[in-house]
Design a protein around this ligand. Structure first.
Ligand SMILES: Nc1nc2c(c(=O)[nH]1)N[C@H]1C(S)=C(S)[C@@H](COP(=O)(O)O)O[C@H]1N2
Ligand SMILES: [Mo]
Length: 314
């Protein structure tokens, strides 16, 4: 009886959204104080992609090891990043990814290919085996690291989606989410034409070195390293290793690429690691290992000539 009467006196519209919002905030604050919720959190963990249970550690493929130098410290590899969508400061990227949502994650497969359409990243895990490989990684800016990646060999991905015989290139695209990536916001005026785009020839994509990585150091990629799916082609400069891929398209013509479009005199379409070809502003003969800065000689094709030199014989 009483409640009925109250609803007469206090129509619904007077119970404002703000009241219930404040109530909810009080409850959440209470939970946080009780230690049941993180006191300060960025995206809730349900908004971050999680690989299916049992995905890590993947079996390490011992054919891909780096013997002349040790693994890069995990903290260094995950806190010194190039990801221009979030920040141009390498040590700042990890602090700018808090709004970046990676779950759910869909990849559009398009163009000259049999299995066209949208695939959930879970579909990749269902169809493709993963393995761990240790690779050298060489940025065009002459810094380098040595990283254990977990990923899908792209050769197996191609067997799954089946490019048509007319297809000669594989083009890849990063997300465009101005509300999640500060440098993509209209006001940022970054000067870059996002989304970031890259491409490989199908011969390059099907080389046994080529991976779509979903993990690093035996767990999911952190967002600053290109979660939840990024390209890894270790004989090419870092800039080819496009992050956070949302679209894979097969084409007949050679697609344009992000850095080659911006500065073709500085960044070639292939961007293979060629120590004897200097960048216009610095030598590529040696590289600085992060984080300590030890200088080592850069190897042709970053040490992978046996795997890929024949691709560029002419
Ligand atoms: N979408 C996107 N992918 C990207 C970049 C970027 O700015 N945006 N930077 C590239 C460059 S220059 C490098 S060196 C590597 C860096 O990868 P890491 O931060 O995981 O070491 O990502 C490459 N992929
Ligand atoms: Mo780079």
């Amino acid at each position: 009886m009483k409640s009925k009467q109250r609803s007469w006196i206090l129509p619904d519209r007077e119970i404002t959204a703000e009241d219930s919002y404040l109530d909810r905030r009080q409850v959440l604050k209470g939970l946080a104080l009780a230690g049941l919720l993180p006191a300060c959190s960025s995206a809730p963990s349900s908004l971050l992609f999680r690989a299916p249970l049992g995905s890590y550690p993947a079996l390490r493929n011992m054919a891909f090891q780096v013997n002349e130098r040790g693994l890069t410290d995990e903290i260094a590899a995950t806190s010194y990043n190039n990801f221009y969508e979030f920040s141009l400061k390498k040590d700042g990227v990890k602090d700018m990814v808090g709004d970046f949502v990676t779950n759910p994650w869909k990849v559009e497969i398009a163009g000259l290919v049999e299995k066209k359409g949208e695939a959930d990243l879970e579909d990749f895990f269902r169809h493709l085996p993963s393995e761990e490989r240790i690779y050298r990684f060489r940025c065009v800016e002459a810094w380098a690291m040595t990283v254990p990646w977990t990923g899908f060999p792209i050769k197996r991905f191609l067997d799954w989606v089946k490019p048509l015989t007319a297809a000669r290139y594989m083009r890849m695209l990063t997300f465009l989410r101005p509300e999640q990536a500060a440098n993509q916001a209209p006001g940022a005026n970054s000067g870059y034409s996002f989304p970031y785009y890259e491409a490989l020839s199908l011969e390059e994509a099907s080389n046994e070195l080529s991976l779509f990585a979903h993990g690093i150091y035996g767990k999911e990629l952190p967002r600053q390293n290109g979660a939840p799916l990024r390209l890894v082609v270790p004989w090419k400069y870092g800039l080819k290793n496009i992050k956070s891929i949302v679209r894979i398209e097969f084409t007949r013509e050679r697609p344009a690429t992000f850095w080659n479009d911006l500065k073709p005199q500085e960044y070639s379409w292939h961007s293979n690691v060629e120590p004897e070809v200097p960048h216009p502003r610095w030598s590529q003969a040696s590289e600085r290992l992060i984080p300590d800065g030890e200088r080592v000689d850069t190897l042709p094709y970053n040490g992978y000539a046996d795997h890929v030199a024949q691709l560029y014989a002419d």
